[in-house]
Design a protein around this ligand. Structure first.
Ligand SMILES: *Cc1c(COP(=O)(O)O)cnc(C)c1O
Length: 368
């Protein structure tokens, strides 16, 4: 028998921890024999996929013998029209996750640094770790508010990418427009500012920006968007980036030709103009947030006010036990320990019915 011990992985892989997704519904059902399980753990759209997107998939099935369009041309044109950009300023990827990896491959050398708010989306760290770059974490202020001065101070000669996730996952807080402008004014030209707008559709505050205007103004900004959240197409894996043309050209060099499958391209193209579904999703989310806030207040629980489709809920020192109790009764949320928040869980806002089920189970596990 040969041994695999002599086959050495790259050194940087020692640092990489596997991504921990929310438990799937079927798994919990199988484990505990539960009839009803609800998943409020991955910020998916509880109303389901865009109906226009689903229709487009049916139409595309007969062409599955063909390779997808490597250039995603039709989808890029649809996106470009929607956001008023040139199609050359857009790259379409296998979920926004792939784009984070591609950017890391395109820009990060070993020893380079990225600046990220903490806690935020773990894929930024993954991309840096993969390339042997260093992650410089900048903690949030009180109430999980962004501190742009601290972020600016964290920039060194080695910084290549600076990430802003707004609304931020997992806190639900956002970066005010004036703060983003202050940041852009202070960042050296050699740093690419990545603005992750995965939840931008949910953010309605007057002083919110989705970052797009700054690309139009010629700043070194890349905006990341996804079809996984408000459009309800997480299972298809499609997202996109918007940036100055030369940045897109560079990232295209590391992209595999057929990274986005043909059904995903067709569905995303239809979904981006499905305003009815987007509006219904936002409305349902706002109503759900209000219901949950009220219930948390009635239960005497603290939470972080959200501008997104999830709420960071403080359960206190017993949070881990309560998280498991919720699981055992068929409610999947995300436990905050992975973000250094052991007293919190992150709850995706569900349908009215899901929110009520969650609240009832929460009362049970709290003995209230
Ligand atoms: C969900 C999410 C994404 C995108 O995920 P994909 O499904 O890969 O498109 C990007 N950033 C944040 C912060 C997210 O929460």
């Amino acid at each position: 028998m040969a041994t695999t011990k002599e086959i050495k992985p790259r050194k940087v892989l020692d640092r990489i921890k596997p991504y921990s997704p929310g438990k799937p519904i079927w798994e919990l059902q199988k484990e505990l024999g539960l009839e009803k399980v609800i998943k409020l753990a991955s910020n998916e759209n509880p109303l389901g996929p865009s109906p226009k997107g689903v229709q487009a998939i049916s139409a595309g099935l007969a062409e599955l013998n063909r390779y997808p369009d490597a250039d995603t041309a039709a989808l890029k044109v649809a996106i470009a029209e929607k956001i008023d950009m040139k199609k050359e300023q857009i790259i379409v990827t296998n979920g926004a996750d792939e784009l984070i990896t591609l950017m890391s491959e395109a820009f990060l050398e070993e020893g380079d640094e990225i600046v990220v708010p903490y806690p935020s989306f773990s894929e930024y760290d993954f991309g840096a770790d993969l390339m042997g770059a260093t992650v410089v974490q900048v903690p949030f202020d009180e109430g999980f508010q962004f501190n742009v001065d601290k972020m600016i101070n964290a920039i060194t000669d080695k910084t290549k990418l600076l990430y802003i996730c707004s609304p931020n996952n997992p806190t639900g807080t956002y970066l005010a427009k004036s703060d983003f402008e202050a940041l852009l004014d202070a960042v050296p030209e050699r740093v690419l500012v990545v603005f992750d707008g995965a939840y931008s559709h949910y953010a309605t505050a007057d002083d919110y920006t989705n970052g797009m205007d700054y690309i139009k103004a010629g700043k070194n900004v890349l905006v990341l968007q996804t079809f996984s959240k408000v459009y309800g197409l997480a299972g298809l894996r499609v997202g996109f980036g918007v940036a100055p043309e030369s940045i897109i050209q560079t990232i295209l060099k590391v992209k595999e030709p057929f990274n986005v499958n043909s059904l995903a391209q067709a569905a995303a193209k239809a979904a981006i103009s499905d305003d009815e579904h987007v509006e219904a999703s936002i409305e349902s989310n706002e109503a759900g947030a209000k219901e949950l806030y009220q219930a948390f207040t009635d239960l005497g629980l603290d939470y972080v006010e959200t501008t997104s489709n999830f709420i960071l809920l403080q359960l206190g020192p017993d949070a881990e036990k309560l998280y498991h109790d919720l699981l055992s009764k068929g409610v999947i949320v995300r436990y905050g320990k992975i973000w250094g928040l052991p007293e919190y869980v992150r709850v995706t806002i569900g349908t009215k019915e899901e929110n009520e089920f969650f609240i009832n189970v929460l009362k049970e596990v709290l003995n209230k």
